[in-house]
Structure formats: structure tokens, C-alpha cells
Design a protein around this ligand. Structure first.
Ligand code: PCA
Length: 325
């Protein structure tokens, strides 16, 4: 925190001494509902930047996929259609397997381990993004992923033939390996998908089920703690390079605060939203031993597949992570 205070004070002084710059407005697309903790963290980050830069840069967040749906946000930033935005990078695993490091089943299953895995992955991921004209600002994990179903499920055999909502390659692969039928749907669209029977299950956090009131269609949430995927806030690098050093320092400091606050919120939101699912009428609890055992076997297959796809860089992340445990 000392580091942040120093940065903020230094930056504010520099901003006050500098000649007045042209005020810029940065639209920031975000894919998840306005009430979600990622969106709340993003709104605070935006306010921090707007205030900290003395209005030189005003960031305006657009949650719920209202400006761009999730799948289009990364490209929109890369091509300069928007200067900044938030994206679940594992949604782009087909571009580069490294983007899927946070969705490898049972590699990191707690907030502590997700934090260590992030420390191991941050540098290589930053450089992959830099090659794509993207500057990484901060990243916040979702709560642990569990399985949602309409009907009771106690084993992988019970999952056969169920229509499954996926949100990235890893979740589609999980569906295939459990005999389910994957269909990719953005979080913003899932309430309708479940209501109309396009899907009857998904893997996600209690948070997304709570945000989208899935108890209106689904009845069971099994805590599996399979992984904690992350959202990332990124800026177009050309835009970033045009920002004064003083304002870059302010933005970096706001990002550091946002990452800290977002982590904290994610933890708090875990228990709160699981209780919200219960209050909505869902049965919430740990998965059966049999189901966990079978899912872990599938996890081994998926880990090997990911390591093969991600090559030496992927192995280095996992080795680095293991050395911190
Ligand atoms: N919610 C997002 C991604 C992970 C999560 O917990 C979703 O379901 O789309």
C-alpha cells in the first residue's frame, strides 16, 4: 500500500504541474451484469482514474455486454475500436493455449492457489498480450467453479446427454468428456437459455448463478472447486503509449488497488452468492465422492491436453506454480 500511496501522490503532483492536457473519454466494455463484483470493481477503477488524472482521462464503464458482447471485447480493444475493456481471456484459448492457464481443472482450486498460479503466469501472459497490442492492467479471479443442473446428478454417468452451457474451450471439452452436449452462451444470455431449455446445466461460480437468478430454471449446485478463471482489464498499447508518464502511474496505481479490492470482493461474494442460491430454492452442497473422483480423472486428461497445447511456456507456468506451493 505504501507503494500505491507514493505513486498516487507523485502522480497527482506531476499532473498538477503539467500543462492542461486534452481531456479524453475512454469507453470500457465489460461483459457481466452491473451488479456483479467485477463490474463494481471496474466502476471504482474508472472513478479512481478519472479523479486521479484530474479528468485528463475519464473512464466510462459499460457492463452487461451493452457496448460489445464478451466474445468481441478483446478484438475491439486490439483494433482500437475502444481504448480499454475487460475480458475472460480463457475464452480465447483457441488463439493461444496460454490464455487457458486459469481453466485447467483441479490445478488451482482455492483463492490462495489461484493467486500463486497468477504470479507464475503473469509475466508470460503479459508478453503474449503485448505481442497482440494489448497492455495488461489488472486481473481478478471468479469464485471457484461448480456444476449446475436442473435434476439431481451423482456421477458422471448421470450427466450423459444433458445440454450444457459452456463459456470457453475448457468448459466445452469438459462437457464432451462427461458425455454432455456443449453450447457456448455468454453469461448475459444464460437466464433465457435455461428458461427455454437451450441448456439445462453449466459449470460456473455461485456468483454467475446468483447474478442471473438461475434458480428460476435450475435446482442443484454442486461445489466442485474445479478452478478459478480470471477476468483481465487491458488497454490498447498504442493508446497506452500516448498517455503521459504521470497519468500512466495513476492508472497503474488504480489498477493495483482494483486488483486487491476485486480479489477481496470475489472471496466475500463466494459465500454470499451460495446462500443466495439456497434462498432462491436451490440445493447447494458438495458433489458426491464418486462424482469428484470421476471429475478428477477427467481433470488429469484435460491437464495433459493443455500441457501439450501450451508447450514449454505452459510447463514453465505449472512448474513455477508448483514450486510456490
Ligand atoms: N462466471 C463466468 C465465467 C466464470 C464464472 O464464474 C460465466 O459463467 O460466464
Amino acid at each position: 500500500m505504501k507503494h500505491i500511496t507514493k505513486l498516487l501522490v507523485g502522480a497527482a503532483t506531476a499532473a498538477a504541474l503539467a500543462a492542461p492536457a486534452m481531456a479524453e473519454k475512454w469507453d470500457m466494455p465489460m461483459a457481466y451484469s452491473a451488479s456483479n463484483f467485477h463490474s463494481a470493481t471496474g466502476a471504482e477503477f474508472a472513478q479512481c482514474v478519472t479523479t486521479g488524472t484530474g479528468g485528463d482521462i475519464e473512464i466510462v464503464t459499460h457492463p452487461s455486454g451493452s457496448l460489445f458482447p464478451g466474445a468481441q471485447i478483446k478484438r475491439a480493444i486490439q483494433t482500437g475500436q475502444v481504448p480499454i475493456g475487460e475480458r475472460l481471456l480463457s475464452g480465447h484459448q483457441n488463439e493461444n493455449a496460454l490464455f487457458g492457464f486459469d481453466s485447467v481443472p483441479f490445478l488451482a482450486t482455492s483463492f490462495d492457489d489461484a493467486d500463486k498460479l497468477w504470479k507464475a503466469a503473469k509475466e508470460p501472459l503479459t508478453s503474449v498480450l503485448a505481442d497482440q497490442n494489448l497492455t495488461l492492467l489488472y486481473s481478478v479471479p471468479w469464485p471457484p467453479q461448480g456444476l449446475y443442473f436442473k435434476n439431481e446428478v451423482n456421477s458422471v454417468a448421470d450427466m450423459k446427454g444433458i445440454k450444457f452451457r459452456s463459456y470457453n474451450n475448457a468448459t466445452s471439452r469438459l462437457a464432451e468428456l462427461t458425455g454432455m452436449l456443449p453450447v457456448t452462451i455468454e453469461a448475459a444470455e444464460i437466464s433465457q437459455a435455461f428458461a427455454t431449455g437451450v441448456a439445462d446445466s453449466m459449470v460456473s461460480s455461485g456468483s454467475t448463478g446468483y447474478d442471473r437468478k438461475v434458480w428460476e430454471s435450475l435446482n442443484y449446485f454442486y461445489e466442485v472447486d474445479a478452478w478459478l478463471p480470471r477476468n483481465y482489464i487491458m488497454v490498447n498499447s498504442d493508446v497506452w503509449n500516448g498517455v503521459s508518464e504521470a497519468n500512466q502511474n495513476v492508472i497503474r496505481a488504480c489498477a493495483e488497488l482494483a486488483e486487491y479490492a476485486g480479489n477481496w470482493r470475489s472471496k466475500e461474494y463466494t459465500g454470499f452468492t451460495l446462500q443466495g442460491l439456497r434462498d432462491g430454492g436451490m440445493t447447494v452442497g458438495p458433489a458426491s465422492e464418486q462424482m469428484v473422483g470421476e471429475l478428477k480423472e477427467i481433470g488429469v486428461t484435460m491437464t495433459n491436453e493443455w500441457l501439450e497445447a501450451a508447450g514449454a511456456d505452459g510447463k514453465a507456468i505449472v512448474d513455477n506454480f508448483m514450486s510456490m506451493k
